[in-house]
Design a protein around this ligand. Structure first.
Ligand SMILES: Nc1ncnc2c1ncn2[C@@H]1O[C@H](COP(=O)(O)OP(=O)(O)OP(=O)(O)O)[C@@H](O)[C@H]1O
Length: 655
């Protein structure tokens, strides 16, 4: 059994001073793909070879689904190329027989002519088949990639939010991303493997017909080269695995240097000097490793060449003996030398392609897992319709815990969000307001209890119909790297872009002025780093977010801290605008820590550690001495009063 290099202890990166300072150790990533850092090292070469048909199966199935004609053409072309190799050897043999036969040179050349013509024809045909193969794989590769990628993204778009926030599922879904990249590489590597394999079988077949012992000679010469190739690939792979964290940490440090948001500290606090120094420190250790690999590769190549050379010597000696004792004609020996040389080179590339194929198949397996996970946890389609009209949401004994969490985020919540009213959810950080709002929107399903939208249990409802009724403005709503127009239109993407509706929504959300001040107005990209792009302030973004919610025109509006970045005047106007939404029967759920705004809400629910502890209007809740709401309200009011007192001008001695 051949021995391949495994990572020795000394190959592990030594911890640099910078890593100790910045990360207190190795910076390990909490990523799913970390599982696959050593797949190649776990299996022997032969175990790997046995997995080859399964690896091929995955790619072939995808290719069959997408374009079976191109697949069949590709396989036929590759098979043809292999057969052409065998024919070339047979023709070469015929040429050599004719040349080495007795008689005048002209006669021998005439005798060799048909075989020469055949060899030329075979070469031409082989080139044509290669071109056909390139064209077919060029047609197939992007189709497979597109189909597999689209399936992955559609799966992600449709998966339940609860699955997406589950750390384990998130990792598995994330890992699928690397599989997409592998699909394309896998097809190329598979073709290469098939190509070389058919060529080898053809050469071995011809050699066997000439003399069975020649097949042994082929193996003897090729084996050390194959060993050398595998040894180098595995050593590099082992090194890459061992050094992956080091490389990532180095990348992370340098990435920080170019980020504009890190810029102020990088410059003013001189953090940049620390980071650049850390890079140099860490890069020095990697440079030593690269040097070690280069020396090792040179050594392995030398050893493999020496072994292959010795095997060639033995094989050519045996060939010489066969010729000497008349066991084989001279022409066959010539053909054998050509076949052996060609095949030993082919074997080297076969090993490399199989290694690559194996590595990629690991990532592809991840993609299959991600597909399966996304499809099993997809938001169901179909279900009961939601009655039209203003929206009322009712929770009955609702409890909810996040996947993998020990504690309940909501416990025994029963409440009603009446139609056409402003309802405020109030409570300290982590009390469950955001979680509750996502249950009201049908984004999470309760772990226990039931949520009804217009009398229909969300579990039985057509979830798309529930979503259709809801417009959300989340605390950390997405800032899409798109134009201002697209950032508003994405609030209702299923309709055609309606500029009038966009502008109306922007006006209502006080965002029109923001957009009109941009150099390219609605065509400005509102995330920096692009042509026509500009950077918006936090408050300006919040207005764009509000415009998006308005543009959606849904009967239930849920807004989570919609004014946290607004100036006081804009904030007052924003709350008034929310209030005016109820004029046409829109139901508004407002989450905010600004209790001055909740004072005007029709109904307030106060949450504490996942439970509703108080309910009523502002006036009702202010009558509860020591109540949660009243305490929070008084704290805020006192803060303003205190600030107002201390801000008063100090009396001067003369006054
Ligand atoms: N994705 C999540 N996975 C696990 N736990 C979560 C997740 N999101 C929130 N939680 C937990 O659920 C609880 C309620 O969080 P939630 O965000 O609903 O509070 P909140 O009242 O909106 O807080 P804040 O006022 O800070 O926005 C918290 O203990 C929080 O840690």
């Amino acid at each position: 059994m051949m021995a391949f290099p495994r990572p020795r202890k000394s190959q592990q990166p030594s911890l640099s001073e910078s890593e100790k300072l910045l990360f207190s150790g190795v910076l390990r990533h909490d990523k799913a793909w970390a599982r696959y850092e050593n797949p190649l090292l776990r299996l022997s070469f032969w175990q790997m070879a046995r997995q080859f048909p399964a690896m091929m199966g995955t790619v072939t199935r995808a290719a069959w689904r997408e374009d079976r004609r191109a697949l069949l053409v590709l396989l036929a072309a590759e098979l043809g190329i292999g057969l052409m190799r065998a024919f070339t050897l047979v023709a070469t043999n015929q040429i050599l027989i004719a040349i080495f036969s007795a008689g005048p040179t002209t006669e021998r050349l005439l005798e060799a002519a048909p075989a020469l013509v055949a060899a030329a024809a075979v070469t031409a045909l082989s080139s044509t088949l290669s071109a056909v193969s390139v064209a077919a794989s060029g047609r197939l590769e992007p189709k497979i990639e597109r189909a597999c990628t689209a399936r992955y993204y559609r799966g992600l778009a449709r998966v339940e939010l609860a699955t997406l926030v589950d750390k384990r599922s998130q990792r598995a879904l994330d890992a699928g991303r690397y599989g997409i990249r592998s699909i394309r590489t896998m097809l190329g590597s598979s073709i290469q493997v098939i190509n070389v394999f058919i060529g080898l079988v053809a050469a071995a077949g011809v050699l066997f017909l000439l003399h069975p012992a020649l097949v042994l000679a082929l193996l003897l010469i090729a084996a050390p080269r194959a060993w050398g190739a595998v040894a180098v690939v595995r050593r590099n792979y082992a090194s890459r695995s061992a050094w992956l964290d080091h490389v990532r940490a180095t990348d992370m440090i340098t990435y920080q240097l170019s980020r504009p948001d890190a810029g102020p500290e990088v410059k003013a606090h001189r953090a940049g000097e620390l980071l650049a120094g850390a890079y140099e420190d860490m890069a020095a250790t990697s440079a030593r490793e690269k040097q070690r690999l280069a020396y090792a590769e040179a050594g392995t190549d030398l050893a493999a060449s020496a072994m292959s050379g010795a095997a060639s010597l033995v094989s050519y000696g045996a060939l010489w003996a066969l010729l000497w004792f008349g066991g084989i004609p001279l022409a066959a020996a010539g053909t054998a030398v050509i076949a052996v040389r060609n095949s030993s080179q082919g074997l080297g590339s076969l090993v490399m392609s199989m290694n690559r194929l194996y590595e990629e198949s690991m990532y592809l397996a991840d993609l299959e897992i991600a597909y399966d996970l996304a499809e099993r946890n997809a938001i169901p389609t179909g279900g009961l319709p939601i009655p039209q009209g203003p929206v009322e949401v009712r929770c009955e004994h609702v409890s909810f815990s996040y996947p993998g969490a020990d504690q309940l985020a909501l416990e025994g919540v029963s409440l009603t969000i009446p139609p056409g009213r402003v309802v405020a959810l109030v409570g300290e950080n982590g009390s469950g307001k955001t979680t509750l709002s996502k249950l009201l929107a049908g984004l999470y399903l309760p772990t226990q209890g039931r949520v009804f939208v217009n009398g229909v249990d969300v579990r039985e409802a057509d979830r798309d119909a529930v979503f259709d009724k809801v417009a959300l403005l989340c605390q950390d709503f997405p800032h899409w790297a798109m134009t201002a127009r697209a950032n508003v239109h994405i609030g209702r993407p299923e309709i055609d872009v309606d500029q009038e509706r966009i502008e109306r929504a922007a006006r209502e959300a006080d965002a029109l002025g923001v957009v009109e001040s941009l150099p390219d107005r609605w065509d400005s990209i509102i995330v920096s780093g692009f042509e026509r792009s500009t950077q918006l302030s936090g408050g300006q973004w919040q207005r764009i977010g509000s415009a998006r919610t308005r543009y959606r025109q849904a009967p239930l509006v849920i807004v989570d801290e919609p004014t946290s970045a607004l100036d006081p005047r804009a904030e007052i106007e924003a709350f008034q605008a929310l209030r005016s939404l109820t004029d046409d029967g829109t139901t508004v759920v407002l989450i905010t820590h600004r209790l001055a705004a909740t004072a005007t809400a029709d109904l307030i629910y106060v949450l504490d550690r996942g439970r509703v502890v108080e309910r009523g209007s502002h006036a009702d809740l202010m009558t509860l001495p020591g109540g949660h709401y009243r305490t929070l309200y008084e704290l805020q009011a006192a803060q303003y009063a205190q600030t107002a007192r201390t801000a008063l001008p100090h009396p001067t001695p003369s006054s």
